[in-house]
Design a binder for this molecule. Structure first.
Ligand code: ZN
Length: 216
């Protein structure tokens, strides 16, 4: 599908999702002017952009549901900058070193339907950018066992938390024992999905777990 999309992009020129200028699916000018996310309530979650801004929503949607992989590449550049910035402090003050990147997984059914996991695409792009080898990527640690009702559709906080119980599992536990972990997700709203993933990883022996997302 990626190859097919590339061919299509060559035949049909792309326009920026935000300013509509022809050239890139998300132009440099627009992405550098995207509003920055307000601080998450969980201090270990770092979000890049403000999800209420419609072009950001649209870009995430194109990545997630239309397989526009170029979006992952463009977002990853900003995210890499943000991770580097935060890690320079965290490594000094909290001894957060040699972290492992772990993408929030999709269930097997969802992965089959979609053909790819958007957070994994972002992670792969981050690895390409990480020439200094600040982190490594592990895709076979956190797995999604249970298909959950879309979190954003559940209003009640208690129900949202209940919906997530038993969602994730950990395999290859030995790989994360006493290791620092960076979870990667596309969007966080209440932080409950990331909280659940973090809890499972910590129970499996991980040291510190923080998270970065494209938007909040
Ligand atoms: Zn633009």
């Amino acid at each position: 599908m990626g190859f097919f999309n590339t061919i299509l992009d060559l035949i049909f020129p792309v326009n920026c999702v935000s300013c509509n200028k022809s050239g890139e699916i998300l132009c440099l000018k627009c992405i550098s002017n995207f509003p920055i996310a307000e601080r998450e309530t969980n201090k270990w979650i770092f979000a890049l952009y403000d999800y209420r801004h419609p072009p950001i929503k649209k870009a995430v949607w194109l990545l997630k549901y239309k397989g526009k992989k170029k979006i992952a590449e463009i977002f990853a550049e900003s995210l890499y900058g943000k991770i580097n910035e935060e890690l320079s402090d965290l490594s000094i003050f909290e001894n957060f070193r040699n972290p492992i990147l772990i993408p929030i997984p999709l269930s097997k059914t969802r992965l089959r339907e979609r053909g790819f996991n958007q957070t994994e695409l972002i992670c792969k792009e981050l690895i390409k950018l990480d020439t200094e080898k600040i982190f490594t990527l592990e895709r076979n640690i956190l797995i999604k066992i249970k298909e959950t009702e879309h979190q954003a559709r559940i209003r009640n906080r208690k129900q949202r938390l209940e919906n997530l119980i038993g969602t994730f599992g950990v395999i290859n536990e030995n790989k994360i024992k006493d290791r620092n972990i960076i979870l990667i997700d596309d969007v966080t709203t209440t932080g409950s999905t990331l909280n659940e993933a973090r809890k499972i990883l910590k129970n499996a022996g991980a040291k510190k777990v923080i998270a970065f997302t494209l938007a909040h």
